[in-house]
Design a protein around this ligand. Structure first.
Ligand code: ZN
Length: 160
């Protein structure tokens, strides 16, 4: 960002609250690029006793994960998760439990993760091109992002 979106003055790196940030250099303007993380909801969706692991069209071939989504303006995270479950998998949420919130520095996101029990007939939307239903005991969580939520969920079941 070269020019301030508020007043069109030049932007430059400045130390604000002990952190280097891009900020407007005009004295009478307070525009700062804070870089606050974006919240993302993630759903560990249980279907027929198994966990739905989905494959996003943009991901490497063998990578499957839980579903995720962004919140609409003003939307409650729990409601966003119910909406995303319907949109991405065509499933209806019957129960919902918060698993936890996890910083995901690599993506500058904060993941708000839920465990959901859902019913219906799975139909993937255009973001997904494959899925598998995994036994909970077969899931091998990774060490960042949604993997941390999966770890906590499996720990709560004494499966880790
Ligand atoms: Zn400005």
């Amino acid at each position: 960002m070269k020019y301030c979106p508020e007043c069109k003055a030049d932007m430059r790196e400045q130390t604000i609250d002990e952190v280097e940030r891009l900020a407007c250099e005009a004295d009478d303007c307070s525009y700062v690029v804070w870089g606050n993380p974006t919240p993302v909801v993630a759903g560990i969706v249980e279907y027929d006793g198994k966990i739905v692991m989905a494959h996003n069209v943009a991901w490497p071939k063998h990578f499957f994960s839980v579903i995720t989504g962004f919140l609409e303006k003003g939307e409650d995270p729990a409601e966003a998760m119910v909406r995303e479950t319907k949109e991405e998998l065509n499933l209806d949420v019957q129960s919902q439990t918060l698993v936890g919130a996890y910083g995901f520095e690599q993506m500058n996101q904060v993941i708000i993760a839920y465990h959901l029990e859902a019913t219906g007939e799975i139909k993937l939307n255009e973001e997904l091109d494959d899925y598998k239903l995994m036994e909970k005991s077969d899931i091998k969580p990774w060490d960042m992002g949604t993997g941390l939520a999966l770890k906590d969920y499996l720990k709560s079941l004494n499966l880790m």
